[in-house]
Design a protein around this ligand. Sequence first.
Ligand SMILES: [Zn+2]
Length: 369
Amino acid sequence: MVKFISSTFAVIAFIAVANAQAMTGYPKINEIPDVNSPEVQAWLKEIDLTGAPEIPLHKGAPPACPNPPIPNECYWTCDGCAAEDITKCAAPNTWGLTFDDGPSVATPSLLDYLKTQKVSATFFLIGSNVVQYPATVKREIAEGHHLASHTWSHHALTTLTNQQIVAEMKWTEKAVLEATGLRLKYMRPPYGDINNRVRFVLKKLGYIPVDWTGDEFDTKDWEMPGTPIETVVSHFKTSITAYVAGPKTNGFYCLEHDANPMEVAAAKELIPIGQANKVNIANVAQCESDPVGYQPGGTATPPPVGGNSTTVGPQPTGGAQKPGPGNTGSNNATTGPTVGVPKAAAATLTTKVGAISALAMAVAAALFA
Ligand SMILES: [Zn+2]
């Protein structure tokens, strides 16, 4: 009987802890949020969307290129027009390391690896995943990485209304704010799908779009397993060889992902290639010499953007990060500032753990009484 009660208690405790991991009060996972909800209506009242370019919504997931092209649309996906989007890391000889579509079950393994290499990345987070894995998002910040938005549901933004774009961005912003106390500033449009109408709305919300540096720096890791990892690696080797043979005046941004173990495995193959080519590795805030990396209005003080990276700030050409084994080893050797979980997030976590402990003790007392 005692054994049964103990097992029951263990199950109850496990469920309590599991539920504590997920965040509640958010829209359905991976669906476009309802624009008529009180939250979205309140957000819409905060911004003025009058004057938004009247460009027809595209259709498809992701959409096909319009034929004939729409004048003055500046559609990056189809015509390469980037307007004021960031497409290159501003620091010379620098790889702007970014991962899209997380957090996922595969992300902790990537974080373990990045820690050994002492490099800091920007994670373009999907809001639907943030609410499922908030502890991983907290860990990203604690380990010196930089966070940015990749929308709530990963739909192509040119297919959504202006109001839906606001909902996608603000729900994700709210989720990361609740998890970390930080208010996101940079974003990457899913599929690189962005035109002047989408840019208008993003700018009203204070977001800076970050695309990537063209097809040669799309690692195509998302094509696996249809495309073998060897092809992903050789494609990247070709791209980086061409880059280091050039002037290296600007750095570059790659398209990489941390949505599954295959993509994380690819990242572990690609990063050493960059290091062997003596290219600095930095996150978006470092690339753009942005000392904060977040919008004002958060509840926590933004941590230094360098974190545990050996490349604390953009380096001049030739100032390459030490490649190979020199970068492995204890994290105590970091030259960057130590970054902890923001106080607000840590306090919330402590409160939740405390509440669960109290609940568990109360349940145990009741069962054994
Ligand atoms: Zn994506």
